[in-house]
Design a protein around this ligand. Structure first.
Ligand code: C5P
Length: 236
């Protein structure tokens, strides 16, 4: 895809989570994968993009791992302070982007720190599809498996119609001003916000779903990392 028609954008990577489901000795974004940390792979897809205006990573204030990485010295990457929840970390990152010169109408792509397998073709697809969109949207994948709603006893209550169900991935692409307002207002209203799309939805807008690759997975459990390590064996 030619980059000539892609819009310029800012990238924001919230990386202040702990990832306790990995049962590791450190936050999951700092686990090793093919010679680098997961976080470095997650940042990598953006850094060489010709349309990138700047990149902010939100980090826990006492994060001892980040300063040891080579990319901590990269002048293209700026740091923001992480917050209690993901949405707080994103909000801090948006404020940092504004300090760096990002404007109300600029596109911001928010990407999980633990999603290291984003393909450049998916990133360009998202940028191309949403370039003129009034709301923005996100990468996602239609649900493949039959879905069950469980009861507290661990038994199936019902089978859910999967025809219109998608898994929400990242990057999620919204304009800075509307995203900032939606997140700030949702937090004040104490609404549960697990991704940027849910804040925009709460504000009454309908983000567009762009079908991406299923292997843009978020490392959540040890077997996710085992799978990617095997797939990338020999890659440096
Ligand atoms: O825990 P989960 O994988 O859903 O987190 C999604 C993303 O949000 C991760 O990149 C994680 O580091 C980030 N996060 C954050 N600040 C928090 C909680 C999560 O930046 N307080």
């Amino acid at each position: 895809m030619s980059t000539a028609f892609l819009p310029s954008f800012w990238a924001l990577v919230p990386a202040a989570g702990v990832g306790s489901r990995m049962r590791a000795d450190r936050p999951k974004q700092y686990l090793q994968l093919a010679g680098k940390t997961i976080l470095e792979h997650s940042l990598g897809c953006f850094l060489d993009h010709p349309q990138l205006s700047g990149l902010v990573v939100s980090l826990a204030a006492d994060d001892p791992y980040w300063p040891t990485l080579a990319c901590a010295q990269d002048p293209r990457i700026q740091r923001a302070e992480g917050g209690r929840e993901r949405a707080d970390s994103v909000l801090n990152g948006l404020l940092r982007l504004t300090e760096l010169g990002a404007q109300e109408q600029d596109w911001v792509l928010v990407h999980d720190a633990a999603r290291p397998n984003l393909a450049r073709s998916d990133l360009d697809l998202l940028l191309a599809e949403l370039a003129d969109d009034p709301v923005g949207g996100l990468l996602g994948v239609p649900a493949r498996d039959t879905l069950k709603r469980a009861g507290a006893d661990g038994r199936v209550r019902e089978t859910v119609d999967r025809a219109l169900i998608w898994q929400a991935y990242t990057p999620q692409m919204f304009r800075l001003g509307p995203l900032h307002r939606a997140l700030a207002e949702a937090l004040v209203a104490d609404v549960a916000i697990t991704d940027e799309s849910s804040a925009i939805e709460w504000a009454g807008q309908a983000p567009r779903l762009i079908e991406g690759r299923a292997d843009n997975l978020k490392i959540t459990r040890p077997e996710d990392l085992d799978w990617l390590r095997q797939r990338w064996a020999g890659r440096r």
